[in-house]
Design a protein around this ligand. Structure first.
Ligand code: FDA
Ligand code: NAD
Length: 441
């Protein structure tokens, strides 16, 4: 028989955005039995950023249930018990294999049909594979990607089996930089390989999408972090890419070959070469843009009954007057909250007004960035003191701010200053004023 389970609200995907959406649904008065979350992952939503940081620590590493959402925003921790108490159905370990937005139905890989009145897409993204760049062999047991808990457990296992061995980290983006630091903390010899001139820096040439996001760091900022990493024993091989692996008789990778002809021994390889949003269920059904699902200021897609949030959503960023897709946790949390408010209180809710916010923590370092990294960068502060930053000025206005080693008040000040988009005439003077510019605005 054709068994259909019916819900009013269905969240498709069980990651960061799903957890924050669930909390907001309960705050807006969802009734028991109305909401369901379907996730391919076997666990309730958790704070994904922990996987490249606390999860990889050699001592007292973070483990579930400690980092279930929504602890990352100092909110309640939503354990499986919490969902049960609130009458929210968690359908875990279950992949949705097709969606019919016209008939408002989903089909799961286990053969179940689930219907909805409102669908919230929170499918996030998947890690790009080396095979997609023409390199074979990344299914070897000591080649690790890092997107979900299963990947993180795999990485920890390989890491523990090669103490004081050699790791090659491929990719100079967020995953590459955070994993390289975590591996070094675990006393593994790390070599970081990436095609650009600097880490997390401006490069379009190796990006997957034409309109790919420009990297954040200026050469001056990147140099600071690279020197810091080198002082911790991390080696850099820049301007080249991996072309192939060398395997032993058991199929384990022993070394990586680079385009520049060199070879690096490897007991462990970590690959972080970018992501691709999980949009495939909706191709041909919803409007796509910038590699994601296009939504309006209420996070509503081209179908009235379907909303999209988090990494998969391309939404209008008011501050910049254009549609962007942001791959960061703060955007996932806040877009989820906004979408639920729009769903539950359509008359009260306005347009999403979001100030882009990125951050990272590695070793003892910690930075935050607000806004947009376009226009001219003006560096400030003493780069040898551990507290420094940069402002980005475009068309005569402050549009972006970066700060390393700031206090809570200082981070709040750069966030506020950036949201105000104040005019800036004299760049040299701005550099002189430095943090004071933001603190006194
Ligand atoms: P997310 O990827 O969290 O969740 C998507 C969910 O959908 C997954 O559970 C997936 O299994 C499920 N799913 C997908 N397709 C499905 C289907 N067909 N059927 C069922 N389920 C399906 N950001 C930041 O700002 N600061 C940071 O420090 C970090 N650190 C960090 C570390 C690591 C290791 C990663 C991988 C990522 C980060 N990020 C980050 C990025 C941040 O984690 C990311 O932006 C959010 O997780 C996005 O949340 P979403 O809910 O959109 O996707
Ligand atoms: P990324 O987009 O940050 O960086 C990808 C990097 O891969 C590029 O910088 C480049 O160095 C490299 N690369 C690209 N093509 C390559 C190729 N063919 N060969 C070798 N190297 C190549 O992506 P990521 O580091 O994989 O991160 C994945 C996702 O996780 C992103 O969405 C990121 O925002 C998120 N994340 C964010 C944080 C944070 O915000 N602190 C931390 C971890 C992960």
């Amino acid at each position: 028989a054709d068994l259909v389970r019916a819900f009013v609200y269905v969240i498709l995907g069980g990651g960061v955005a799903a957890g924050y959406a669930a909390l907001e649904f309960t705050r807006k008065g969802v009734s028991p039995g109305e909401l369901c979350i379907i996730s391919e992952e076997p666990v309730a939503p958790y704070e994904r950023p922990a996987l490249s940081k606390g999860f990889l620590l050699p001592e007292s590493p973070a483990r579930l249930p400690s980092f279930h959402t929504c602890v990352g925003a100092n909110e309640e921790r939503l354990t499986p018990k919490w969902y049960k108490e609130h009458g929210i159905e968690l359908v875990l370990g279950t992949r949705v294999k097709s969606v019919d937005v016209r008939r408002k139905k989903l089909l799961t890989a286990t053969g179940e049909t689930i219907s909805y009145k409102i669908l919230l897409i929170a499918t996030g993204a998947r890690a790009l594979k080396l095979e997609e760049f023409g390199v074979d062999g990344s299914e070897a047991e000591n080649v690790c990607y890092l997107r979900d808990l299963a990947d993180a457990n795999g990485l920890v296992n390989v890491m523990q089996s090669c103490s004081s061995g050699n790791a090659v980290v491929i990719g100079g983006g967020y995953i590459g930089m955070e994993c390289a630091a975590s591996l070094a903390i675990n006393k593994i010899n790390v070599t970081l390989v990436f095609p650009e001139v600097h880490c997390i820096c401006l490069s379009k040439s190796y990006s997957f999408f034409d309109e790919a996001v420009a990297r954040l760091f200026t050469p001056k900022i990147a140099s600071y972090y690279e020197e810091y990493y080198q002082s911790k024993g991390v080696k850099f091989v820049k301007g080249t890419v991996l072309t192939s692996f060398e395997f032993d008789s058991s199929g384990k990778v022993m070394a990586v070959n680079l385009r520049d002809g060199s070879q690096l021994p490897a007991d462990l390889v970590v690959v972080g070469i970018g992501i691709r949003p999980n949009t495939s269920l909706f191709e041909g059904q919803l409007t796509l843009e910038k590699g994601g699902i296009k939504v309006n200021g209420k996070m509503q897609t081209s179908n009235d009954s379907v909303y999209a949030v988090g990494d998969v959503a391309a939404f209008p960023v008011k501050l910049f007057g254009e549609t962007r897709r942001l791959e960061h946790v703060d955007s996932a949390r806040k877009s989820a909250k906004h979408a639920v408010a729009a769903i539950m209180e359509p008359k009260k809710s306005g347009e999403f007004d979001y100030l882009p916010f990125f951050y990272s923590r590695v070793f003892g370092l910690s930075w935050q960035f607000y806004g947009d990294n376009v226009g001219e960068a003006v560096h400030f502060g003493d780069y040898s003191s551990g507290t420094f930053g940069a402002y980005w000025i475009s068309k005569g206005h402050l549009v972006g701010s970066f700060l390393e080693g700031g206090t809570k008040e200082e981070y709040e000040a750069i966030a506020k200053a950036t949201s105000l988009k104040p005019p800036v005439e004299d760049l040299a003077e701005l550099g002189q004023q430095g943090l004071n510019f933001a603190l006194t605005i």
